[in-house]
Ligand binder design. Structure first.
Ligand SMILES: [Zn+2]
Length: 131
């Protein structure tokens, strides 16, 4: 008998979307760490959820709107390193690699993202490309 495959969230965790990033997208919970926020923002990109991306963007660096490239599909997220970002921190970083296909060509975004806590909630500030 074949084992049922575990439901996985687009962010890569072995949880159904509703129990993972979906809780943050719906607003019923807020991401407790920069890593959770990073995962939920990646998942928001896969679902083209511009409203969530904008409301988790620092007001100083937030773009006026987000244009999703229709030729680009996200293919997987790997969290490589995190610094700070605990309940005792006001800032944190997440280094990740996000794989994508752009018009059929495979690529990867390798970035160290900066997060700050604003009014209790983690928000994305900006990122540095590593490669
Ligand atoms: Zn998730």
């Amino acid at each position: 008998m074949a084992r049922p495959t575990l439901p996985t969230c687009p962010c890569g965790l072995a949880e159904p979307y509703e129990n993972c990033c979906g809780r943050y997208h719906s607003g019923s919970a807020s991401a407790p760490t920069p890593e959770a926020l990073m995962r939920s923002r990646y998942t928001a990109f896969t679902r083209k959820d511009a409203a969530y991306l904008l409301r988790t963007w620092h007001p100083d660096t937030r773009p006026p709107s987000i244009d999703f490239d229709p030729a680009l599909t996200w293919a997987g997220l790997e969290i490589l390193e995190t610094t700070d970002g605990s309940a005792f921190h006001q800032s944190g970083t997440v280094t990740f690699r996000a794989r994508y296909k752009d018009g059929g060509r495979a690529g990867a975004l390798h970035e160290r993202s900066q997060f700050l806590r604003v009014a209790g909630a983690w928000v994305y500030v900006d990122g540095d490309f590593i490669e």
